[in-house]
Every structure is written in C-alpha cells, then in structure tokens.
Design a protein around this ligand. Structure first.
Ligand code: G6P
Ligand code: MG
Length: 220
C-alpha cells in the first residue's frame, strides 16, 4: 500500500463549474433586482450552497423569510442542474486525467473532498466517477471548509493519517482546511491568493512528472 493518499476538491480543480453557479446565481439576482458580477461570484468559490445564498443576499441587501430562502435554494439548484446535465468529458480541466493516470500508475489512492451536493452527478457526467476510491461531498459533511471535516473524512476513506494526505484545492478556505490538520496543501490557481498553500501551481498541467514520486521518497 502507498504511503500517501490524495484528496481532490472538485469545482475549480477537476472541472470548472463556477461559470454555471454564476449563471444560476445571476438569474436569481436579476429576478431579485440587483447586479451580481463575476467578481462577486469569486466570493462563492468553495462556499456551501446555503452560505452562498447568504452572501448573495448581503450583496443585494435583500432580506427574505426562511421559507423563501428554501424555495430559492431549490430553484437555483434546478437551474444549475440544467447546465450540469449538459456537461461531458470535454469539461475536465487540463491536466486532470493525466494526473489521475500518474496516481494510478504509482498505486496512490485518491478521493474527492468537495462541498458540492452535486459532486457525484458531476463526476458521472464527465465520466470520472468510477476512478475515485471514495467520494466525500456536501451530503456527507455538516461543517463547511475551512472546517477540515470533509478532508478528515477523506483521510479515513483513504485509511491514511492526515499528515500523509495531499490536498488539491483552488479555494482559500480549502487550503486553510488542509493546513489546519497538517495535510500537504497544493493550491491550484493564483499564487498570490493561495499564499498559504505548501505548493502552488497555476493549473494541474504544471505539476511536475515526479511530484508524487519525490514525495514518496521524502517520506521514506
Ligand atoms: C463547491 C463550489 C461552490 C458551491 C459548493 C456547493 O464548493 O466551489 O461554489 O457553492 O460547491 O455546491 P452545490 O452543488 O451543492 O450547490
Ligand atoms: Mg473548488
């Protein structure tokens, strides 16, 4: 058995669903009568669905009843699912499949650690579901990143101590969550934003061939 395990965030690491979240949140904001920009959307990355709505309503300075919020969460997700159902393997982000192949070759297990309640469906749409050793998604956790719950459950699935897990994340909250429990954090995206990560790459394509093998030998 390998000495390390890998945990992947989904949105922004394996696929780019942020654009679909944006379209669905934007049509809600349009309906409520305020502007919701792509810059605003950045604030929702890695954040749970419920918390995303709270942030959105704060942006629009809109107050709604609990019941209305529940209705809105359902209709936002329905619109989002409309986009997800059209996804296919073309939407896998560059470098992701190659990275999974490398891990398979090295015998390193990997699981998903995502806040999304739609993670399973998305992975099935793009044809990657069967490749993961386990899935930890928004249905399995009660505390959102930066709480490390999602990654700790992932480590358990991998049967690895947290310090032997490498986490790939595009959100600050996810890097924080990994760091809190001494996992190795790899930031995918802007280095200046993901400054707390142990390693930084602009995209998965930049990860050196020997990234994991070097890691394995360091652990010996
Ligand atoms: C990911 C995304 C967030 C999204 C969250 C919940 O973490 O980065 O932008 O809000 O998942 O997604 P869901 O599919 O459950 O609405
Ligand atoms: Mg993400």
């Amino acid at each position: 058995m390998s000495k390390i395990g890998v945990i992947f965030d989904l949105d922004g690491v394996i696929v780019d669903t942020a654009k679909y979240h944006y379209l669905a949140w934007k049509s809600l904001a349009d309906h409520l009568g305020f502007e919701f920009t792509e810059a605003h959307n950045e604030l929702l990355k890695g954040v749970s669905r419920v918390r995303s709505l709270e942030i959105l309503l704060d942006i629009g300075n809109v107050q709604l009843s609990e019941q209305r919020k529940q209705e809105i969460l359902i209709s936002k997700n329905e619109e989002y699912l409309g986009y997800i159902m059209k996804m296919n393997a073309d939407e896998i982000l560059p470098g992701a499949e190659k990275l999974l192949n490398t891990l398979d070759d090295l015998g390193i297990n990997y699981v998903l650690g995502s806040a999304s309640k739609n993670a399973e469906l998305i992975l099935k749409q793009v044809g990657l579901y069967h490749r993961f050793y386990g899935i930890v998604d928004g249905n399995a956790v009660s505390k959102a990143k930066p709480d490390p719950e999602v990654f700790l459950i992932g480590a358990k699935k991998l049967n690895m101590p947290p310090k032997s897990c490498i986490v790939f994340e595009d959100a600050i909250a996810g890097i924080e969550a990994a760091n809190i429990v001494n996992m190795t954090s790899v930031g995918i995206g802007d280095k200046d934003i993901l400054i707390e990560a142990d390693f930084n790459f602009n995209s998965l394509t930049e990860i050196p061939e020997d990234f994991f093998s070097r890691f394995l030998s360091e652990k010996n």
